[in-house]
Design a protein around this ligand. Structure first.
Ligand code: ADP
Ligand code: ZN
Ligand code: ZN
Length: 732
């Protein structure tokens, strides 16, 4: 092979193509597909990194072709399977080769990080002659006692020995050195989490997954049905077969509890990838996997790309979670990557959820995914009893506090019984917004056009998009009245109310604000676990993964908050949230209770979530999706453009919309909507507009749209930022 097709490490979309380079003769036996190489690039022939995507032979090229300078690493960073995935991803997610390559390689390695190694010392020849004296004799003694001691430990204060004496001894062969790679990964202690004997339903699930000819499975099991135990048994089986496993969990669920369980079962044979790992730790674990030293990894979204060679199974827990879709390029969806990997590696994928996504469940109906239902909780616990409270009636009964009478009474009861309580709110901050009660004026951020949130601790209004802060005005700027009031509720406000109403209770709050520092989540978690607190108040973070047997009451303070988001998935999200948070109740032997407070108790997602009736919820939701032609019956392509210059933005996005409408006019199943300002019409001084295309959009059509868009704004490229997303999480 004389020529290589190379992707260069340049982010510009104009350079997203394969460049041909000549392979010098001496390099030919070492170069291979997936190698990282140094190549000369541009007019100045600056040496930059590139990745070999293809090798070709004998093509008629002119002599001006530049030559590869060198090969960077002693192994190819990417495999052929990786490259196949990269090709598919680039097409599917309308992004560049380089953007795809970057998710396969840890940042550290990409930026030139190397293995960390240390020198170990072993004893060599026996001491002779002038070396039979101090400090040589002491040094020799220590090295003999601690075979393979690291220089660093050796030089520690304890011994206080000079490096020059050691070096002299090395030179004369009295000490032998060996360079060893050491891991930056912090191996922590764990308590053994013993195997459980599977119950009948779990056993059946494991068997069908291992024996079926299908490659994709959904375990739809109620909360507490013991899915984690099923995953672990599957991992056992895979290890017996010598296969590797990737377990994906939402970042938010990478809680100490989840990690404890997996570490407790698989010890240090499992790598845990969470967002708090350093670059070095990530690099080291990636290398260990690449070398085949590790067979199992658990991690958030991006762990799906870990370089296992012999992949047998991908497990996606809580498959409905939004965090499985990336919102920066490549805007991939983990389930889709898993599907691609199943084809490449001939492996299987298991999805698990108590509230499957509509998309996944509809694929079960069509037979693409094998459905495994688990109807009972694993440890014999019964499902919690759920009650929906109409808050409008509370108001009629002169109760205008944030707790309904039912919730208030139950909290008192649980506190008396020394049982624990979780209160859930789908918001953060002190209150949601501030408005004038007289004229209805709502305070909004000038930069971002979203309502400002009052923060009690700093007594200011804060914008949650750009972070700007203002003092709370005393009078309404529109009508001059003094009825400026906080509206809505936040976790901080609930905390204050709870402390006022139940002064005897110990209260914890878990939300974005209280979990920003490194161990804060863990601390709150441990305090609650050890029953050092009675009530845990929180946002989405408390809805998932927590398994505490002493929690017998869950209160959903305002179920409507997620219902009223302007997005076609808001009903699905509401159903999921209510079910998940309810699932935290009554996990032990005591019966759990759930109170859902809402202003719209008749809404189907609230009604069915309270009844634990996923099937009926699915049927109602899927018929709405069908009639509205929303996914899974169509694809949505969201073109989002933003710019500081509103005129240029509007002019260009209008041109694009007209062109796209013309181009797509003869596809009767495709609708081009917009352009219009986004619901959040400004973020950090950037105006935002969007075009939404809905319909039977296949890969070719999507590619065409991408080309059209980028072509048209070539000249104003520096002024306008573009994002194209296929089936985005949110259309806000
Ligand atoms: P899920 O992930 O489905 O919500 P978990 O895996 O957290 O459920 O299991 C719920 C509880 O049931 C856990 O406390 C777990 O230890 C317990 N459990 C799971 N399987 C068994 C079993 N076969 N026998 C006894 N207890 C079990
Ligand atoms: Zn007013
Ligand atoms: Zn703002």
């Amino acid at each position: 092979m004389n020529y290589a097709g190379v992707i260069v490490n340049k982010t510009s979309i104009n350079l997203d193509k394969i460049f041909t380079y000549r392979i010098p003769d001496y390099m030919q036996k070492n170069i291979c597909i997936g190698c990282r190489v140094k190549v000369p690039f541009g007019k100045g022939n600056r040496s930059i990194d590139g990745f070999v995507l293809r090798l070709y032979d004998e093509i008629n090229l002119n002599n001006k072709i530049k030559s590869i300078i060198s090969i960077c690493d002693n192994f190819p960073l990417l495999t052929e399977k990786d490259l196949n995935l990269i090709e598919q991803m680039r097409r599917r997610y309308l992004c560049t080769y380089l953007e795809c390559i970057k998710v396969f390689i840890p940042t550290g390695l990409f930026n030139g990080m190397k293995d960390k190694s240390e020198i170990r010392l072993y004893k060599g020849d026996n001491l002779t002659g002038r070396f039979l004296k101090e400090p040589y004799m002491s040094i020799y003694d220590i090295v003999s006692n601690y075979e393979g001691i690291y220089t660093k430990n050796f030089m520690s204060k304890k011994y206080n020995l000079s490096l020059s004496s050691i070096n002299t001894m090395i030179k004369h062969g009295f000490i032998i050195t060996e360079k060893k790679v050491v891991s930056r990964y912090d191996k922590n202690k764990y308590e053994v989490y013993s195997r459980k004997k599977l119950n009948y339903e779990q056993e059946k699930a494991v068997k069908s997954i291992l024996n079926s000819k299908k490659s994709e499975f959904l375990i739809y099991g109620v909360t507490g049905s013991g899915k984690t135990e099923i995953y672990m048994h599957i991992v056992d089986e895979m290890l017996l077969e010598g296969k590797d496993v990737i377990i994906l969990v939402p970042e938010i669920a990478l809680t100490p509890q989840m990690v404890e369980r997996f570490k407790g079962r698989f010890g240090n044979n499992i790598s845990v990838f969470h967002s708090k790992l350093s670059k070095g730790e990530r690099y080291d674990e990636w290398m260990r996997i690449k070398r085949g030293e590790i067979k199992v990894a658990i991690g958030a979204r991006s762990a799906v790309f870990l370089p296992f060679n012999n992949l047998g199974m991908i497990i996606v827990d809580e498959e409905h979670e939004e965090s499985y879709k990336s919102d920066s390029n490549p805007k991939y969806n983990v389930r889709e990557i898993g599907r691609m990997k199943c084809n490449e590696y001939n492996c299987k994928m298991v999805l698990g959820s108590a509230t499957p996504s509509i998309e996944t469940y509809s694929r079960c109906k069509t037979g693409d995914i094998e459905l495994i239902k688990i109807k009972n909780r694993a440890d014999g616990a019964s499902m919690p009893e759920v009650k929906v409270i109409d808050m409008r009636e509370e108001l009629l009964n002169n109760n205008n506090s944030m707790f309904s009478k039912a919730l208030y009474d139950l909290i008192s009861d649980r506190l008396n019984k020394k049982e624990q309580i979780i209160l859930f709110l789908n918001r953060r901050g002190f209150s949601t917004f501030v408005s004038c009660r007289k004229c209805g004026y709502i305070f909004k951020c000038n930069n971002c056009d979203i309502s400002l949130t009052y923060h009690h601790d700093i007594k200011k209004l804060v914008c949650h998009y750009c972070g700007s802060k203002i003092n709370v005005p005393k009078v309404c700027p529109r009508c001059g009245s003094r009825y400026v009031k906080y509206f809505g509720i936040g976790t901080e406000k609930i905390e204050r109310e709870v402390k006022k109403e139940f002064p005897q209770a110990k209260v914890l709050r878990m939300d974005f604000d209280t979990t920003r520092t490194k161990h804060s989540y863990e601390n709150i978690y441990n305090i609650f676990k050890n029953h050092k607190a009675d009530i845990l108040i929180g946002t989405q973070m408390v809805a998932k993964g927590l398994d505490f047997s002493n929690v017998t009451l869950v209160g959903v303070i305002a179920a409507d908050l997620s219902l009223n988001l302007p997005d076609f998935r808001s009903a699905e999200r509401t159903y999921q949230l209510i079910t998940q948070v309810s699932g935290r109740a009554g996990r032990g032997s005591k019966q759990g209770k759930v109170i859902i407070q809402t202003y719209s108790p008749e809404n189907y997602s609230i009604k069915y979530a309270a009844a634990g009736d996923y099937e009926d919820f699915y049927e109602e939701e899927i018929s709405i999706r069908r009639s509205m032609y929303y996914p899974p019956f169509s694809n949505i392509l969201l073109i989002n453009m933003s710019s500081k210059n509103e005129n240029i933005l509007i002019k260009n996005i209008q041109r694009i919309a007209i062109l796209l409408k013309n181009k797509l006019a003869d596809h009767d199943k495709i609708e081009v909507m917009g352009p219009c300002p986004c619901i959040i019409s400004k973020i950090k001084e950037m105006f935002r507009w969007q075009i939404m295309i809905k319909g039977k959009i296949d890969l070719d059509i999507a590619q065409n749209v991408k080309k059209t868009v980028y072509n048209l704004i070539k000249d104003v490229y520096s002024d306008i930022k573009i994002s194209i997303d296929i089936n985005p999480n949110s259309t806000i």
